[in-house]
Design a protein around this ligand. Sequence first.
Ligand code: HEM
Length: 470
Amino acid sequence: MRQITKEKKVLYMMMSTYVTIHLQLLTLYYWIFGHNFCFHKFGKEPPGPKSLPLAGNLLQLDLRRPWKTLLELSKKYGSLYTIYLGPKKVVVLAGYKTVKEALVNYAHEFGNRDQMLIMNEFNQGYEMRRFALTNLRDFGMGKRACEDKIIEECHHLIGVIKKFKGEAFDSALLLYCAISNIICSMVYGSRFDYDDPVFFGKKHKKTHQTYEFHKLSAASRKHTLGLLSHLKETLNPDKCRGVVDAFLTRRQSLEGSGITNSHFHNENLLHTIMNLFAAGTDTTATTVRWGLLFMARYPKIQDKVQEELRRVIGSRQAQVEDRKNLPFTNAVIHETQRVANISPVSLPHVAHKDVTFQGHFIKKGTTVYPLLASVLFDESEWEHPHSFYPAHFLDKEGNFVKRDAFLPFSAGRRACPGEGLARMELFIFITTLLQHFRFTPQAGDELDLTPRVGLILSPSPHKLYTVSCM
Ligand code: HEM
């Protein structure tokens, strides 16, 4: 009897080991193959490359230039495909037609943000973003007052460039300070000199060598806190200097009405400001840098821009109003944004609900990457997608033409809210600098146009000479 029970036990153990191994094999099979061929009653999920458990498709990605791999994968899997970044499933949208259809026609369905990636996008994110943008508009964003501030800042920059007396210099830090000052004047109500500790703390030297904007003091939590405490001490609710004062005044009035648990608290203020600097400085400054680099690299195009500027506005200050009379210059600025492709993958979106898109099922909560590079270099939209070719934006008579596939600011509900300000900055900075200086490379420098790897695609470190034109 005892013998039979022992045998039963051994048999039981063997069976359970067998079942466990099979379950593990099935799980592995599912990980390797299953989620690549997932069907749903509303349609098939977008196709994609096979992925490994946990690592997903990470081993296939060029981690220094992931957007390049995403572009290559779109050639194999089409304009809508799935990849796994580790265990995280991501649906990639590629090509003008698909990106536009998703972001504009399905704006609601694809309009959420990935909570993990946006600072302060917890529950209060939407309210804070709305507050910041409404107040930026009140303090001049996209208006005439703002244009005056941009022009004033541009002249500070010109003064500093003149001090190099024609010596070659790297424009990176100067441009970051100048563009930061536009946000500073709207957020804090004042600008700062380029050698002010607001920009350069103890890390100045290192930052100068590595050109990493996020290491500048203006982008640091500690410096922002210092500025905020000064603004709090000197606050006059009847005379708001900028967005910070408006925030503090709103908080005071809420507290006056007995509301002490609103979203208007210090941490939100800090995040809102740092978000604005992160989104609004590096992007625009980097684009102006690309513009100057392209001008030095393509001197004949620089000649044509300068000829048009001299003919149409002469030596007077360029205004946004002049844009319509400067088709070639306008085309060059657009082509700069297209080729610079500073944000090759837009910020991640998230499917707001289950959606069937182009016959494929995408589950609520799935992260979606609009691949903006695939739009800006879409071979079915651009005549010379991989060349710097301002005529993309000109008709046969030389008039400026808008192009649908020009989407550096993305499109739809989540498109960049700073587009108006950015376009104003790009126009004023690029035209005014080209009215004052001719930009040329150092002797023997071919000017490498390979972008530096980072959060956005910026030019590799380089120096340019300036020759005064005025
Ligand atoms: C050349 C300059 C700029 C470029 C190319 C650019 C591009 C973009 C892109 C591609 C996005 C993501 C859109 C999406 O997810 O679909 C974005 C978001 C954003 N941009 Fe810009 N941007 C620029 C300048 C600015 C400026 C000057 C500001 C503000 C002052 C700004 C504020 C923002 C904000 C707050 C967001 C996040 C919006 C959200 O979460 O919905 N940007 N930008």
